[in-house]
Write a protein that binds this ligand. Structure first.
Ligand SMILES: *[C@@H]1O[C@H](CO)[C@@H](O)[C@H](O)[C@H]1NC(C)=O
Ligand SMILES: *[C@@H]1O[C@H](CO)[C@@H](O)[C@H](O)[C@H]1NC(C)=O
Ligand SMILES: *[C@@H]1O[C@H](CO)[C@@H](O)[C@H](O)[C@H]1NC(C)=O
Length: 309
Protein backbone atom coordinates (compact mmCIF):
# COMPACT_ATOMS: atom_id res chain seq x y z
CA UNK A 1 0.00 0.00 0.00
CA UNK A 2 2.85 2.33 0.75
CA UNK A 3 4.34 1.42 -2.58
CA UNK A 4 1.13 2.51 -4.21
CA UNK A 5 1.17 5.84 -2.48
CA UNK A 6 4.76 6.40 -3.47
CA UNK A 7 4.01 5.47 -7.05
CA UNK A 8 1.09 7.86 -7.08
CA UNK A 9 3.25 10.67 -5.74
CA UNK A 10 5.89 9.88 -8.35
CA UNK A 11 3.36 9.96 -11.15
CA UNK A 12 2.03 13.25 -9.87
CA UNK A 13 5.54 14.71 -9.75
CA UNK A 14 6.31 13.50 -13.25
CA UNK A 15 3.08 15.01 -14.50
CA UNK A 16 3.89 18.33 -12.83
CA UNK A 17 7.37 18.26 -14.34
CA UNK A 18 6.00 17.63 -17.82
CA UNK A 19 3.47 20.43 -17.45
CA UNK A 20 6.05 22.91 -16.24
CA UNK A 21 8.55 21.97 -18.95
CA UNK A 22 6.03 22.20 -21.74
CA UNK A 23 4.88 25.61 -20.58
CA UNK A 24 8.51 26.70 -20.53
CA UNK A 25 9.05 26.21 -24.23
CA UNK A 26 9.62 29.48 -26.04
CA UNK A 27 7.19 30.37 -28.77
CA UNK A 28 8.55 29.08 -32.06
CA UNK A 29 8.55 32.45 -33.76
CA UNK A 30 11.17 34.09 -31.58
CA UNK A 31 14.37 35.27 -33.14
CA UNK A 32 17.04 35.09 -30.51
CA UNK A 33 19.93 37.01 -31.91
CA UNK A 34 20.80 39.84 -34.24
CA UNK A 35 22.88 37.47 -36.31
CA UNK A 36 20.08 35.02 -36.85
CA UNK A 37 17.93 37.98 -37.83
CA UNK A 38 20.56 38.83 -40.47
CA UNK A 39 20.29 35.35 -41.89
CA UNK A 40 16.51 35.49 -41.87
CA UNK A 41 16.39 38.90 -43.53
CA UNK A 42 18.92 37.84 -46.14
CA UNK A 43 16.67 34.96 -47.03
CA UNK A 44 13.68 37.30 -47.38
CA UNK A 45 15.71 39.78 -49.40
CA UNK A 46 16.93 37.16 -51.85
CA UNK A 47 13.36 36.01 -52.39
CA UNK A 48 12.58 39.52 -53.60
CA UNK A 49 15.21 39.17 -56.29
CA UNK A 50 13.33 37.46 -59.07
CA UNK A 51 15.16 38.17 -62.30
CA UNK A 52 16.51 41.36 -60.84
CA UNK A 53 17.91 44.22 -62.81
CA UNK A 54 21.34 45.29 -61.82
CA UNK A 55 21.48 48.30 -59.54
CA UNK A 56 17.76 48.33 -58.76
CA UNK A 57 16.47 48.03 -55.20
CA UNK A 58 13.79 45.42 -54.55
CA UNK A 59 11.76 45.54 -51.35
CA UNK A 60 11.22 42.25 -49.57
CA UNK A 61 8.06 40.97 -47.96
CA UNK A 62 8.47 40.81 -44.20
CA UNK A 63 6.38 38.34 -42.17
CA UNK A 64 3.80 39.78 -39.81
CA UNK A 65 5.80 38.74 -36.78
CA UNK A 66 8.47 41.21 -37.89
CA UNK A 67 6.18 44.08 -38.87
CA UNK A 68 8.10 47.32 -38.60
CA UNK A 69 11.28 46.00 -40.22
CA UNK A 70 12.09 46.96 -43.79
CA UNK A 71 14.36 44.91 -45.99
CA UNK A 72 15.47 45.29 -49.55
CA UNK A 73 18.08 43.92 -51.87
CA UNK A 74 20.13 45.21 -54.76
CA UNK A 75 22.22 43.13 -57.07
CA UNK A 76 25.39 44.60 -58.45
CA UNK A 77 28.30 43.64 -60.61
CA UNK A 78 31.29 43.90 -58.38
CA UNK A 79 33.15 45.77 -61.11
CA UNK A 80 30.56 48.51 -61.20
CA UNK A 81 30.47 48.72 -57.42
CA UNK A 82 34.19 49.30 -57.43
CA UNK A 83 34.34 51.78 -60.26
CA UNK A 84 31.05 53.60 -59.89
CA UNK A 85 29.69 52.99 -56.41
CA UNK A 86 26.02 53.56 -55.65
CA UNK A 87 25.11 57.20 -55.30
CA UNK A 88 22.12 56.46 -53.14
CA UNK A 89 20.85 53.15 -51.83
CA UNK A 90 18.21 54.19 -49.31
CA UNK A 91 20.16 56.11 -46.63
CA UNK A 92 23.51 54.79 -47.80
CA UNK A 93 25.88 56.58 -50.12
CA UNK A 94 28.42 54.12 -51.45
CA UNK A 95 31.49 55.74 -52.97
CA UNK A 96 33.78 54.35 -55.62
CA UNK A 97 36.47 52.02 -54.45
CA UNK A 98 34.41 49.57 -52.41
CA UNK A 99 35.77 46.06 -52.83
CA UNK A 100 34.54 42.73 -51.59
CA UNK A 101 36.44 39.82 -50.20
CA UNK A 102 36.43 37.09 -51.40
CA UNK A 103 36.03 38.31 -54.95
CA UNK A 104 32.76 37.45 -56.67
CA UNK A 105 31.43 38.54 -60.03
CA UNK A 106 28.07 39.62 -58.68
CA UNK A 107 27.06 40.57 -55.20
CA UNK A 108 23.88 41.50 -53.43
CA UNK A 109 23.64 44.36 -50.98
CA UNK A 110 20.96 43.73 -48.38
CA UNK A 111 19.54 46.80 -46.70
CA UNK A 112 17.79 46.59 -43.32
CA UNK A 113 15.80 49.18 -41.43
CA UNK A 114 14.99 47.69 -38.06
CA UNK A 115 12.45 50.39 -37.18
CA UNK A 116 10.89 49.85 -33.77
CA UNK A 117 12.81 46.59 -33.42
CA UNK A 118 16.15 48.38 -33.08
CA UNK A 119 16.19 48.22 -29.28
CA UNK A 120 15.12 44.62 -29.37
CA UNK A 121 17.94 43.34 -31.52
CA UNK A 122 20.57 45.92 -30.62
CA UNK A 123 20.03 46.80 -26.97
CA UNK A 124 22.45 49.50 -25.90
CA UNK A 125 22.25 50.21 -22.16
CA UNK A 126 22.93 53.81 -21.27
CA UNK A 127 21.99 55.12 -24.69
CA UNK A 128 18.80 55.82 -26.53
CA UNK A 129 18.33 55.54 -30.26
CA UNK A 130 17.52 58.72 -32.12
CA UNK A 131 17.04 56.84 -35.39
CA UNK A 132 16.25 53.27 -36.34
CA UNK A 133 19.18 50.91 -36.67
CA UNK A 134 20.06 50.55 -40.35
CA UNK A 135 21.99 47.64 -41.77
CA UNK A 136 24.00 47.16 -44.93
CA UNK A 137 25.37 43.71 -45.64
CA UNK A 138 26.98 42.20 -48.71
CA UNK A 139 26.42 38.68 -49.97
CA UNK A 140 27.59 36.57 -52.81
CA UNK A 141 25.07 37.23 -55.58
CA UNK A 142 26.21 34.70 -58.14
CA UNK A 143 23.52 32.15 -57.38
CA UNK A 144 20.29 33.70 -56.19
CA UNK A 145 18.56 30.38 -55.69
CA UNK A 146 21.19 29.13 -53.28
CA UNK A 147 19.45 28.81 -49.93
CA UNK A 148 22.36 30.20 -47.97
CA UNK A 149 24.49 32.80 -49.66
CA UNK A 150 27.85 33.60 -48.23
CA UNK A 151 28.41 36.88 -46.54
CA UNK A 152 31.19 38.90 -48.07
CA UNK A 153 33.51 41.31 -46.42
CA UNK A 154 33.29 44.71 -48.05
CA UNK A 155 35.66 47.57 -47.45
CA UNK A 156 35.69 51.10 -48.69
CA UNK A 157 39.21 51.95 -49.73
CA UNK A 158 39.09 55.50 -51.13
CA UNK A 159 36.32 57.28 -49.33
CA UNK A 160 34.02 56.05 -46.57
CA UNK A 161 30.45 54.91 -47.02
CA UNK A 162 28.13 57.60 -45.70
CA UNK A 163 24.83 57.04 -43.92
CA UNK A 164 22.44 59.98 -44.19
CA UNK A 165 19.83 59.83 -41.46
CA UNK A 166 16.81 61.83 -42.55
CA UNK A 167 14.79 61.88 -39.34
CA UNK A 168 16.62 62.21 -36.08
CA UNK A 169 14.73 62.56 -32.82
CA UNK A 170 15.53 65.89 -31.20
CA UNK A 171 17.47 65.92 -27.95
CA UNK A 172 17.90 68.60 -25.32
CA UNK A 173 20.91 70.86 -25.62
CA UNK A 174 24.02 69.45 -24.04
CA UNK A 175 23.18 65.81 -24.55
CA UNK A 176 25.99 64.00 -26.29
CA UNK A 177 24.96 62.61 -29.67
CA UNK A 178 27.07 60.00 -31.43
CA UNK A 179 27.12 57.58 -34.28
CA UNK A 180 27.05 53.95 -33.24
CA UNK A 181 28.32 51.12 -35.38
CA UNK A 182 27.81 47.42 -34.72
CA UNK A 183 30.21 45.28 -36.69
CA UNK A 184 29.39 41.75 -37.70
CA UNK A 185 31.63 40.22 -35.07
CA UNK A 186 29.67 41.46 -32.09
CA UNK A 187 31.51 44.66 -31.22
CA UNK A 188 30.05 48.10 -30.87
CA UNK A 189 31.93 51.23 -31.85
CA UNK A 190 31.14 54.90 -31.39
CA UNK A 191 32.08 57.71 -33.72
CA UNK A 192 31.42 61.40 -34.10
CA UNK A 193 28.29 62.53 -35.87
CA UNK A 194 29.09 64.46 -39.04
CA UNK A 195 27.15 67.61 -39.97
CA UNK A 196 23.78 66.91 -41.55
CA UNK A 197 23.19 63.82 -39.39
CA UNK A 198 25.67 61.72 -41.30
CA UNK A 199 27.66 58.76 -40.04
CA UNK A 200 30.58 57.30 -41.92
CA UNK A 201 31.95 53.78 -42.15
CA UNK A 202 34.45 51.80 -44.13
CA UNK A 203 32.78 48.47 -43.40
CA UNK A 204 29.40 46.81 -43.47
CA UNK A 205 27.29 46.38 -40.38
CA UNK A 206 24.52 48.18 -38.50
CA UNK A 207 24.37 51.90 -37.87
CA UNK A 208 22.40 54.41 -35.87
CA UNK A 209 22.60 57.68 -33.99
CA UNK A 210 22.37 57.56 -30.21
CA UNK A 211 22.08 59.97 -27.35
CA UNK A 212 24.37 59.00 -24.53
CA UNK A 213 23.12 59.55 -21.02
CA UNK A 214 25.59 57.54 -19.02
CA UNK A 215 29.23 56.62 -19.19
CA UNK A 216 29.82 54.56 -22.26
CA UNK A 217 29.68 50.83 -21.84
CA UNK A 218 31.24 49.58 -25.04
CA UNK A 219 31.01 45.98 -24.00
CA UNK A 220 30.25 43.50 -26.72
CA UNK A 221 26.54 43.64 -27.17
CA UNK A 222 26.08 39.94 -26.79
CA UNK A 223 25.36 37.92 -29.84
CA UNK A 224 23.46 35.34 -27.90
CA UNK A 225 20.22 36.55 -26.45
CA UNK A 226 18.45 39.80 -26.97
CA UNK A 227 15.86 41.52 -24.85
CA UNK A 228 13.09 40.13 -26.96
CA UNK A 229 13.15 36.85 -25.09
CA UNK A 230 14.38 38.14 -21.77
CA UNK A 231 11.17 37.56 -19.86
CA UNK A 232 10.84 34.16 -21.43
CA UNK A 233 14.44 33.41 -20.62
CA UNK A 234 13.86 34.24 -16.96
CA UNK A 235 10.74 32.15 -16.89
CA UNK A 236 12.57 29.33 -18.59
CA UNK A 237 15.37 29.52 -16.05
CA UNK A 238 13.11 29.36 -13.01
CA UNK A 239 11.05 26.60 -14.54
CA UNK A 240 14.20 24.65 -15.33
CA UNK A 241 15.23 25.04 -11.69
CA UNK A 242 11.89 23.73 -10.47
CA UNK A 243 12.08 20.96 -13.04
CA UNK A 244 15.54 20.00 -11.88
CA UNK A 245 14.46 19.86 -8.25
CA UNK A 246 11.42 17.78 -9.14
CA UNK A 247 13.60 15.42 -11.14
CA UNK A 248 15.93 15.06 -8.20
CA UNK A 249 13.00 14.27 -5.92
CA UNK A 250 11.75 11.68 -8.36
CA UNK A 251 15.13 10.01 -8.54
CA UNK A 252 15.39 10.02 -4.75
CA UNK A 253 11.89 8.61 -4.52
CA UNK A 254 12.73 5.85 -6.95
CA UNK A 255 15.85 5.05 -4.99
CA UNK A 256 13.92 4.82 -1.71
CA UNK A 257 11.30 2.58 -3.28
CA UNK A 258 13.99 0.41 -4.82
CA UNK A 259 15.81 0.00 -1.53
CA UNK A 260 12.60 -0.87 0.30
CA UNK A 261 11.59 -3.42 -2.29
CA UNK A 262 14.99 -4.99 -2.13
CA UNK A 263 14.83 -5.26 1.66
CA UNK A 264 11.33 -6.70 1.63
CA UNK A 265 12.30 -9.11 -1.12
CA UNK A 266 15.15 -10.50 0.86
CA UNK A 267 12.98 -10.76 3.96
CA UNK A 268 10.40 -12.80 2.10
CA UNK A 269 13.14 -14.96 0.69
CA UNK A 270 14.46 -15.60 4.16
CA UNK A 271 11.01 -16.60 5.36
CA UNK A 272 10.61 -18.93 2.40
CA UNK A 273 13.92 -20.45 3.26
CA UNK A 274 12.87 -21.04 6.84
CA UNK A 275 9.61 -22.61 5.68
CA UNK A 276 11.49 -24.96 3.37
CA UNK A 277 13.88 -25.92 6.09
CA UNK A 278 10.96 -26.75 8.35
CA UNK A 279 9.53 -28.93 5.64
CA UNK A 280 12.78 -30.76 5.22
CA UNK A 281 13.11 -31.18 8.96
CA UNK A 282 9.60 -32.61 9.11
CA UNK A 283 10.37 -35.07 6.35
CA UNK A 284 13.57 -36.29 7.86
CA UNK A 285 12.10 -36.64 11.29
CA UNK A 286 9.40 -39.00 10.00
CA UNK A 287 11.70 -41.05 7.96
CA UNK A 288 10.62 -43.34 5.04
CA UNK A 289 6.93 -43.24 5.63
CA UNK A 290 5.37 -41.60 2.67
CA UNK A 291 2.58 -39.74 4.28
CA UNK A 292 1.69 -36.34 3.10
CA UNK A 293 3.38 -34.13 5.51
CA UNK A 294 1.89 -30.86 4.65
CA UNK A 295 -1.24 -30.98 6.73
CA UNK A 296 -1.86 -27.51 5.49
CA UNK A 297 0.75 -26.51 7.94
CA UNK A 298 3.18 -25.35 5.35
CA UNK A 299 2.99 -21.82 6.55
CA UNK A 300 3.29 -19.42 3.71
CA UNK A 301 4.49 -16.20 5.18
CA UNK A 302 1.49 -13.96 5.72
CA UNK A 303 3.83 -11.06 5.13
CA UNK A 304 4.02 -11.86 1.45
CA UNK A 305 0.34 -11.14 0.93
CA UNK A 306 0.65 -7.95 2.79
CA UNK A 307 3.49 -6.79 0.67
CA UNK A 308 2.33 -7.77 -2.73
CA UNK A 309 -1.38 -7.23 -2.38
C1 LIG B 1 7.68 34.27 -38.13
O1 LIG B 1 6.70 33.27 -38.12
C2 LIG B 1 6.97 32.22 -39.02
C3 LIG B 1 5.80 31.27 -38.96
O2 LIG B 1 4.62 31.96 -39.17
C4 LIG B 1 8.26 31.52 -38.63
O3 LIG B 1 8.55 30.51 -39.56
C5 LIG B 1 9.38 32.52 -38.63
O4 LIG B 1 10.54 31.91 -38.15
C6 LIG B 1 9.03 33.70 -37.76
N1 LIG B 1 10.07 34.67 -37.92
C7 LIG B 1 10.55 35.37 -36.94
C8 LIG B 1 11.65 36.27 -37.28
O5 LIG B 1 10.12 35.29 -35.79
C1 LIG C 1 6.62 47.40 -34.10
O1 LIG C 1 5.41 47.92 -34.58
C2 LIG C 1 4.54 46.96 -35.15
C3 LIG C 1 3.29 47.67 -35.63
O2 LIG C 1 3.63 48.75 -36.40
C4 LIG C 1 4.17 45.92 -34.10
O3 LIG C 1 3.37 44.91 -34.70
C5 LIG C 1 5.43 45.28 -33.56
O4 LIG C 1 5.11 44.40 -32.53
C6 LIG C 1 6.36 46.36 -33.02
N1 LIG C 1 7.57 45.73 -32.60
C7 LIG C 1 8.08 45.92 -31.39
C8 LIG C 1 9.35 45.22 -31.08
O5 LIG C 1 7.55 46.61 -30.57
C1 LIG D 1 22.41 27.45 -57.27
O1 LIG D 1 22.04 26.89 -56.03
C2 LIG D 1 21.06 25.89 -56.13
C3 LIG D 1 20.65 25.48 -54.73
O2 LIG D 1 21.74 25.29 -53.90
C4 LIG D 1 21.64 24.72 -56.92
O3 LIG D 1 20.67 23.72 -57.06
C5 LIG D 1 22.06 25.23 -58.30
O4 LIG D 1 22.70 24.19 -59.00
C6 LIG D 1 23.01 26.41 -58.17
N1 LIG D 1 23.24 26.96 -59.50
C7 LIG D 1 24.44 27.26 -59.94
C8 LIG D 1 24.50 27.86 -61.30
O5 LIG D 1 25.45 27.07 -59.28
Amino acid sequence: MRVRTTLFVLLLLTFLLCVSLSSAQLPPDVVVSARSLDVHLQDLAFKALFRPRTGVSYDAQVPTNLTGIKVSAMRLKSGSLRTRGVLSYKEFEIPVGVVENPYVERLVLVYQNLGNWSDTFYPLPGYSYLTPVLGLLAYNGENLSASVSHELDIKASDKPVLVHFPNVKPVPMGVLVKCVYFDLHGSVHFDILLPGNVCSTVQQGHFSIVAGSKTPSPAPYGFGKVQFGEKNQKKLKSVLWIGGILLLMIILGLLVVGVRRHKKGSRVQKLDCVAENNEILDVTSIGDIKVPLAFGTRTRPVIEHEYFA
